[in-house]
Design a protein around this ligand. Structure first.
Ligand SMILES: NC(=O)C1=CN([C@@H]2O[C@H](COP(=O)(O)OP(=O)(O)OC[C@H]3O[C@@H](n4cnc5c(N)ncnc54)[C@H](OP(=O)(O)O)[C@@H]3O)[C@@H](O)[C@H]2O)C=CC1
Ligand SMILES: C[C@H]1O[C@H](OP(=O)(O)OP(=O)(O)OC[C@H]2O[C@@H](n3cnc4c(=O)[nH]c(N)nc43)[C@H](O)[C@@H]2O)[C@@H](O)[C@@H](O)C1=O
Length: 351
């Protein structure tokens, strides 16, 4: 990849896409192209075909997807499977049609079985059933890996896939219904602290709700008041978290250093498990995570566990040894990453 190669970043305003743009720019890449969702709907076959024909990108990073936390995945099951299949079908196929030199597809470690061996190596894919809450999303992601492998094998393309663990960082989604656990807990605990300190007007402003009582009612719906914060599930599931800027760095490292041809033995009769895990290899329970965020934000109220909400997979720790053997390792540890993200959150105008 040359510094002036034309690189299309799909999803450039999202958590990962924005970090990838920052990383590429910091490394001197000058010819980046992107479109907002409003300008280009990636579920539209016609729009995507026209965009590729007009722009002719040389490299493609597919960081656009329908993404959300456990409840969003479980509630909007149809949207998660349809939109993700449509986006990846369109972008991967047009990359082939338009001679893209290399494409990076972003999956997720939820592709692995619910009862996968821990830590989870790449080759445990498709060995037993998936976690129910995110099955539609995971099936779409598995189809994406298989589409990349199949196009490479039939058409000689160079499309590589990465499977990141749970991610967090600036430009994350803080919507309390749809977000992942880490941004949700930052917002819930921060708002509880403001309520405890009597800064109710700030809470309303932060949530983009004009009326203070309505803002308090909204938070109560998510189990947040001046003295306590609701945590979904039992608090016992364990999750592994990677800072978005580390994720972006790993993606650019792999784009620069890895081709599909490096991922399997040349005389293999069956080509499988060519994807690469991206993670830290370290996990933490949700209860411990909530306590850590409480400490960083400085809120001393109670954590209440709502067991009517789903726990999801009890443990999903990636085995990052393949990535480590290529020479890449994460830099940002969880506590530092949460502190930086909280600073960003305090200075952003997110509602
Ligand atoms: N966040 C995480 O913890 C994890 C994420 N991943 C994967 O990483 C990738 C990036 O995720 P993340 O950055 O968190 O997601 P975000 O939701 O933060 O960003 C996704 C981006 O995709 C855009 N997008 C969604 N649908 C369309 C569409 N139809 N047309 C055009 N643009 C669209 C969104 O735009 P808009 O907001 O305007 O809709 C948004 O900018 C995804 O493939 C995801 O599956 C994998 C594991 C964990
Ligand atoms: C990245 C990953 O993300 C999803 O899977 P998940 O890891 O289960 O996601 P999550 O971050 O939403 O929850 C992690 C754990 O945390 C608990 N939890 C507590 N309190 C809150 C809370 O307030 N919000 C949320 N969202 N979770 C909470 C929650 O009950 C669960 O036990 C899928 O999209 C999947 O497809 C995927 O790829």
């Amino acid at each position: 990849m040359n510094k002036d190669s034309k690189i299309y970043i799909a999803g450039h305003r999202g958590l990962v896409g924005s970090a990838i743009v920052k990383n590429l720019e910091s490394k001197g890449y000058t010819n980046l192209v992107y479109k907002t969702h409003k300008e280009l709907d990636l579920t539209s076959q016609i729009e995507v075909a026209k965009f590729f024909e007009d722009e002719k990108p040389e490299y493609v990073i597919l960081a656009a997807a329908k993404v959300g936390g456990i409840v969003a995945n479980n509630t909007y099951r149809g949207e998660f499977i349809y939109e993700n299949l449509a986006i990846q079908n369109n972008v991967i196929h047009q990359s082939y049609v338009n001679g893209v030199k290399k494409l990076l597809f972003l999956g997720s470690t939820c592709i692995y079985p619910k009862e996968a061996p821990q830590p989870m190596p790449e080759n445990c894919l498709l060995t037993s059933p998936l976690e129910y809450t995110n099955e539609p999303y995971a099936i779409a992601k598995i189809a994406g890996i298989k589409m990349c492998e199949s196009y490479n094998l039939q058409y000689g393309t160079n499309f590589i896939s990465v499977m990141p663990t749970n991610l967090y960082g600036p430009n994350d989604n803080f919507d309390l219904e749809k977000s992942h656990v880490l941004p949700a807990l930052i917002r819930k605990i921060h708002c509880a602290k403001l309520l405890y300190e009597g800064r109710e007007d700030e809470v309303a402003k932060e949530l983009g709700i004009e009326n203070i009582d309505e803002a308090k009612e909204y938070l109560e719906g998510f189990g947040v008041d001046a003295s306590s914060v609701e945590i979904w599930g039992t608090g016992k599931p364990r999750r592994e978290f990677l800072y978005s800027e580390d994720m972006a760095d790993a993606c650019v490292f792999l784009l620069e250093n890895r081709d599909f041809g490096d991922t399997y033995e040349k005389d293999s009769k069956e080509v499988r498990n060519t994807h690469i895990n991206i993670g830290t290899g370290v996990d933490i329970s949700i209860k411990e995570l909530a306590e850590l965020i409480q400490k960083i934000i400085g809120f001393e109220g109670e954590l209440k566990f709502n067991i009517n909400k789903p726990d999801g997979t009890m443990v999903k720790l990636t085995d990052p040894s393949k990535l480590h053997s290529l020479g890449w390792k994460h830099k940002v540890e969880l506590e530092d990453g949460i502190k930086t993200m909280y600073e960003w959150y305090l200075n952003s105008n997110i509602t």
